[in-house]
Design a binder for this molecule. Sequence first.
Ligand code: PLP
Length: 436
Amino acid sequence: MKNSTDRQEKIVEIIGGQTGSSSWSNWRWQAAHVIRDIDTAARLLGVTFSQRERKAFLRTTARFPMSITPYYLSLIDTDDLYNCPIFQQAFPTEAELTIVKQDMRDPLAEDLDSPVPGITHRYPDRVLFHVSNLCAMYCRHCTRKRKVGDRDFIPDRAQIEQGIRYIEETPAVRDVLLSGGDPFMMSDEKLDWLLTRLRKIPHVEIIRIGTRTPVVLPYRITDELVEMLARHHPLWVNTHFNHTREITESSRRALAKLADAGIPLGNQSVLLAGVNDCPRIMKQLVHRLVQNRVRPYYLYQCDLSEGLSHFRTPVGKGIEILESLIGHTTGFAVPTYVIDAPHGGGKIPIMPNYLISWSTNKVVLRNYEGVICTYEEPESYKAVFCDRNCTQCQLTLKLDSADEWRAVGIEKLLADYDLTTALIPVDNERSARRVS
Ligand SMILES: *Cc1c(COP(=O)(O)O)cnc(C)c1O
C-alpha cells in the first residue's frame, strides 16, 4: 500500500481542495466531498473496475446508495482490494440485492416500538432517540439499511421537540441514547441546544451518543466539540470499530480528545463475515481499543435486515470468539456478545457455558483452560422472603416510593412478592384448545 500521506495528497488534488492538511483534516471538507460514484472511487484509488462490476455497482446503488469519506477511502488497501475490511464495509456489492428468507424489513421492530417519531422506547428506563438522518459513510452492513438513501436530513427542531417532550413526560426514562444516523453530523450549536434541553429534564440521569465519526470521520472530533460535550456530563460515547485497520493515527487522536474530556468510551462491533469473523482479529481489535481507552461494549450478531445475508456468520462463530477472549485476556476487554432479537425483543446476551452442572449444595464450573471445579454453596445463608417492605429488612437500602418498581419478565418469576409462576404466550395453541 502506498504511503498514506501521498495517498491523501493525491485524493485532495483530484477532488480539488487545498493540499497540506488544511482541507484533509477539516471535517466539513471531508463531509462535503464524500464519494458517491464508482468512477470517482476508481480514480481516487487508482484501480479499474470491469464493465461487469460497474453494472453491478449501479444496480446496487440504485437501491442502497454509497457514501465514503475521502479519509475512510484512503485507508483501503488496493493491493488486496476485495479482502480489505475497509473496502468491504464501504463499497457496495451485488450480494446486497439478494433477499433471503430470513430477511426482514425492520427486524428490530424499531418503527413499531416508536411512541413518537424519532423515539424507540423498548426498555423500561431508556430510549433510543434518532436525532440525525445523516451519516458521513454508509456502512454496507447498516441495520437500518432500509432507511439508507432516504432523503438525508437532520430532523428540524419541531420534530426533535416532539421527542424531547416525550422524554419530559415519561419520568421512567433515566437514560437517553442519541442515535441516528450519526448525531455528530449535527452542528455543534444544534447538538449543544439538544443536550442543554435534555440536561434540563430532572429524571434524565445519563446521556449517551452513538457515533461512527471516530472511525470514518475522525476530524469531526474537534477541540470545540469536546469542550461543548464536556459541559453536559455525565455523557457517554459509544463508537463502532470493527477491525484494527480502522485504528489510525487520526482516529487515535479523536479518541484521546474524547477521553481527555472525561467521556467514557465504549465500542460496539458487528460480527461480519469476511471482515472480522476471526478470534485473532477480534483479540487484536479489543487490545487496540483498550489501549486507546475504549472499552469493548457489545459484539453484535449481524441483524436480519434485508441485504445483509452475505455478512452473517453462524452464532457459533461469535461464541468461538468469546471463548478465545474470556479468561485469555483482560476482563474489561471482552465485549458482551448479543443478538438483537427479531420483533423487538431487545439485546439478548450469548456466552459459552461455564456452569456445567449443580446439585443442592454445589455447582460445577469449568474455566477457560478446561479445568473443571466445584464451588460449594454457603450453609449459613438465610433466604429472606422479600415482600418489598423495606422497613422490615436488615439491608440498609430503604426504598422510598419513587424507587418502587414492578418486576418484569423472568425477574417476576424469581420475585417472592409476585405470585406469577409461569409466563405463557397469549397465542399458545394448548391454551386455545382448552375448554373454557
Ligand atoms: C440497544 C438499545 C438500547 C440500549 O441498550 P443498552 O443495553 O442499555 O446499551 C436502548 N434502546 C434500544 C431500542 C436499543 O436498541
